[in-house]
Design a protein around this ligand. Structure first.
Ligand SMILES: [Zn+2]
Length: 669
C-alpha cells in the first residue's frame, strides 16, 4: 500500500519487559523505576533504565519493545491467525481462503526455491527488447500497473486546492538507497553503506547470470546518484506549497517530451487534463537523462530495479542478498523466520482481510467506546487551551476551533472493509504477489477524479500506530494501539491519559503543526490565519526547530530539528492537552496515591513508558537521517522540559540537567 502523503504516523513502543508481562504483576503497576536518577536530569531513563539495561534485542530484530513494525507480541498474534487459517481449506474467494492460501504460498519455499529467478524472466526479456526512449517509457509505464515502480512515482489523493476531488500526484523517484543524502556522504559509515548497496546489486546481477556484474552495478549506482542530485531533501519536502505544482498535461508533455506525459497517461488508462508534479526538478532531470544516458545503461538500470523489487520473493539466494544489504543498513544479525516475513507480507498486501480476522479475534469493542470518550475529552481540553493562548488573536482562535471540531474520528477498524478482487492460489507465490499488486493499482486508479473515499484507512487495523491526515482532516486510531501500555480498560485514568491520551493529543496537534496549520478545516491548503498570528506561529516553530537541533543521540549525532518539527510540535501539544484532560477526571482532581505514586506522577510515568524502546545503532543512525520523529528519549525529555506541571510534580530545580527557566519553556499549543 502506498503511504499517504502528509500522513503523520506516530510510531510506537510495545512493552515486552519480562516482569510486567508475567501473569502475577498487575499491568498498571510501574516497576523498575531507578529512583537514583533525578526526574529533572533524565526522566526517560528514570522510568526506563532498568528495562533498557535488561532488554535483549533478538538476533533477527533491529530493536525491541518497540516501534509498530518491531512489535513482536502483535506479530505473534497475526502469525497465530495465519497458521490456523492456512491449515484448513476454506470456501473459494472467502477472506480466510485468500489470506490462508497467500500465507501458505509464501511458506512453500520448496516451490519458490526450485523456480529461482524464472518468475521474473519474462520481465527481464521485455527489458532486452527496449531499443529507444519511447519503448523504454512504455516498459516503465506497463510495469507500474503491476507494482514494479522505477523512475516514476505516482499516487492519487485529494487536490491541495480542492480537497473534494482526487487528482494525480507525481513525486521524485528512482533511488535504491533510502534517501538522496546517502549518495553524497563520504564518512566511513556512509561509504560502507554505499558499498553494501553496490555489492547487493552485483550479487543480484551475478545470480541472474548477467555479464559484467560489478561494472553494471556501478552504472546503476551512477544513474541513481545523478537522479539523487535532483531530489529535494526530506526537509525541503515538508514545505507543502513548494511541493504542489499543478500543471496541464499539455504543458509538461511539451516541456518534457522524452517522458511523454500524454502517452504515459494513456497507457496507464488515466484520464485527466492536469497533474500535480510535486518535485519538478526531478522530472526535468529525468527528461534530460532519458536522452543523455545511453539506452544500454538504462536497460541495466531497469534490470537492477526489477531484481531489487522482487528479490525478497524469489529463491533463497536472492532473498539472502536482500537480507545482507538490509543488515548493513539496519544492523540486524540474522534473518527473521519465514513465518514472520510472511506475516509482514500478508499485512502489507492483504492487510484489511487479515485485519478483519484480527479484529474479530482480539478487538475489545468496549475499548472503542472508551477511547471515543477520551477523544472527546481531549478535544474539549484542546479548545480550552486555544481559548487561553496569549499569542493568538480571537479571529484566528475561532478558525482554529472550527477546524478542531471538524476533525473526523476513526477508531478501531474501518466501517467499510476494502475488498480484494484477486484469485489467490496455493503454490503460486509469485503469481499471487503480482495479482495483489495489480489489484492495488486498479484500486488506486479507480479513485481518480472522484471524491476522496472517507471509509478508507491508511494503515491496517492490527498496526500499533495512529495518524492524522490533513487533506481529510481526520485522526485514526487502529485497534492495534488500543491496548496496553497505551490503553487498558482496567487501568486508572492516569495510565490511560498518559498513554493513549497523549497519542490522541499528539494526533490532534498535527492538525496545527507546521504542515497541518496550512490546511483548512476542509483539507484545502488555504490560509485561515491573520498574518500577525501566522508570523508568531512560525517564530515559535523556529524555536522548536532550534531546541531539538541541539539534542544528540549516539554521542554526537544531532536530531534534524527541521525534519522532526511537526512531530515534536505534536509531542509537546499532545502532553499538554492530555494533561489538561486528565485534570478534568476524578483521579486527576484528587490526590490518592496508587502504588505509592500520586495521580500526576503516574500520568508522567505512563508517558515515559509508552516510548520504551531499544534499537541497534545502525537502525538509529538511519532513523535520524530519514524519520520525521525524534528518537524515543527525546520524545519524553524534550516536551517535559517545556511543561511546567512536570516541574511542579517532580520538584525540578535549577541545576537539574534538563531544567529550563520558565522564559525558555517553549509553548505553541
Ligand atoms: Zn505524529
Amino acid at each position: 500500500m502506498k503511504k499517504l502523503l502528509y500522513v503523520s504516523l506516530i510510531l510506537l513502543v510495545l512493552n515486552s519487559c519480562k516482569e510486567e508481562s508475567s501473569p502475577t504483576a498487575s499491568k498498571v503497576d510501574f516497576t523498575g523505576v531507578t529512583e537514583s536518577i533525578k526526574p529533572g536530569d533524565n526522566f526517560f531513563e528514570r522510568v526506563n533504565k532498568q528495562w533498557l539495561d535488561e532488554a535483549v534485542i533478538a538476533e533477527d530484530q533491529v530493536g525491541v519493545g518497540s516501534y509498530s513494525f518491531l512489535n513482536i507480541p502483535q506479530k505473534e498474534l497475526l502469525e497465530n491467525i495465519l497458521t490456523e487459517v492456512s491449515a484448513t481449506d476454506h470456501e473459494e474467494g472467502s477472506i480466510e481462503q485468500k489470506v490462508g492460501d497467500f500465507f501458505s504460498s509464501g511458506m512453500d519455499t520448496e516451490t519458490i526455491n526450485k523456480l529461482g529467478f524464472q518468475p521474473i524472466q519474462p520481465i527481464l526479456n521485455k527489458i532486452d527488447d527496449i531499443n529507444d526512449v519511447s519503448s523504454l517509457m512504455t516498459f516503465v509505464t506497463d510495469e507500474m500497473t503491476s507494482g514494479n515502480y522505477s523512475i516514476i512515482s505516482m499516487n492519487i489523493s485529494p487536490d491541495n486546492e480542492n480537497s473534494s476531488i482526487n487528482m494525480l500526484h507525481f513525486g521524485q523517484a528512482g533511488l535504491g538507497l533510502p534517501d538522496r543524502d546517502y549518495y553524497f556522504k563520504s564518512d566511513t559509515i556512509s561509504v560502507s553503506i554505499q558499498n553494501a548497496y553496490k555489492n547487493y546489486l552485483t550479487t543480484l546481477f551475478n545470480l541472474s547470470e548477467y555479464k559484467n556484474a560489478e561494472k553494471s552495478a556501478d552504472i546503476v549506482y551512477n544513474i541513481e546518484k545523478k537522479l539523487a542530485d535532483s531530489h529535494k531533501t526530506r526537509i525541503e519536502r515538508r514545505n507543502v506549497k513548494a511541493n504542489y505544482n499543478k500543471m496541464t498535461v499539455a504543458t509538461i508533455n511539451e516541456s518534457q517530451p522524452n517522458i511523454g506525459w500524454t502517452k504515459l497517461l494513456n497507457q496507464l488508462n488515466l484520464e485527466t487534463d492536469s497533474v500535480d508534479v510535486r518535485q519538478p526538478a526531478y522530472y526535468d532531470e529525468l527528461n534530460r537523462m532519458l536522452v543523455s544516458v545511453p539506452i544500454s545503461e538504462w536497460k541495466t538500470y531497469l534490470k537492477a530495479g526489477t531484481l531489487a523489487t522482487y528479490s525478497d520473493i524469489l529463491s533463497k539466494p536472492f532473498e539472502d542478498a536482500n537480507f545482507e544489504y538490509s543488515k548493513d543498513l539496519y544492523g540486524q544479525n540474522t534473518q527473521k523466520t519465514r513465518a514472520q516475513l510472511m506475516v509482514q507480507k500478508v499485512d502489507r498486501q492483504l492487510g484489511f482481510a487479515l485485519g478483519q480476522l484480527y479484529v474479530k479475534r482480539y478487538f475489545n469493542e468496549e475499548a472503542k467506546k472508551r477511547v471515543l470518550d477520551l477523544v472527546n475529552n481531549l478535544q474539549k481540553a484542546f479548545e480550552n487551551r486555544i481559548n487561553e493562548l496569549d499569542w493568538m488573536s480571537d479571529v484566528t482562535k475561532e478558525q482554529a476551533k472550527e477546524k478542531l471540531y471538524a476533525i473526523t474520528k476513526k477508531i478501531g477498524y474501518p466501517d467499510v472493509w476494502r475488498a480484494y478482487d484477486v484469485n489467490i492460489q496455493k503454490g503460486k507465490y509469485f503469481e499471487n504477489i503480482v495479482a495483489l499488486y495489480k489489484d492495488q493499482y486498479q484500486y488506486e486508479a479507480n479513485q481518480l477524479n472522484k471524491a476522496p473515499n472517507r471509509d478508507r484507512w491508511g494503515t491496517t487495523p492490527s498496526t500499533v500506530t495512529a495518524y492524522y491526515n490533513p487533506p481529510l482532516n481526520e485522526i485514526v486510531f487502529p485497534a492495534g494501539i488500543l491496548q496496553f501500555p497505551y490503553f487498558d480498560v482496567t487501568a486508572d485514568d492516569a495510565v490511560n491519559y498518559g498513554g493513549i491520551g497523549m497519542v490522541i493529543g499528539h494526533e490532534l496537534t498535527h492538525a496545527f503543526d507546521d504542515q497541518g496549520a496550512q490546511f483548512d478545516k476542509d483539507g484545502n491548503v488555504k490560509n485561515w490565519w491573520t498574518e500577525e498570528d501566522y508570523t508568531k506561529f512560525e517564530a515559535k516553530t523556529q524555536q522548536m526547530i532550534d531546541r531539538y537541533s541541539s539534542f544528540t543521540v549516539l554521542d554526537s549525532v544531532h536530531i534534524k530539528g527541521a525534519l522532526t518539527v511537526g512531530e515534536n510540535t505534536a509531542d509537546n501539544g499532545g502532553i499538554s492537552i492530555a494533561y489538561d484532560a486528565f485534570k478534568l477526571t476524578e483521579q486527576g482532581k484528587g490526590n490518592t496515591k496508587i502504588q505509592g505514586y500520586t495521580p500526576d506522577e503516574r500520568f508522567f510515568m505512563s508517558i515515559a513508558r509508552i516510548w520504551r524502546v531499544k534499537t541497534r545503532d545502525a537502525y538509529l543512525r538511519n532513523y535520524i537521517k530519514t524519520n520525521s520523529h525524534s528518537p524515543p528519549i527525546w520524545r519524553v525529555n524534550g516536551p517535559l522540559m517545556n511543561f511546567s506541571p512536570f516541574y511542579e510534580t517532580f520538584d525540578v530545580k535549577p541545576g537539574d540537567v534538563n531544567y529550563k527557566p520558565e522564559s525558555e519553556r517553549i509553548k505553541i499549543w
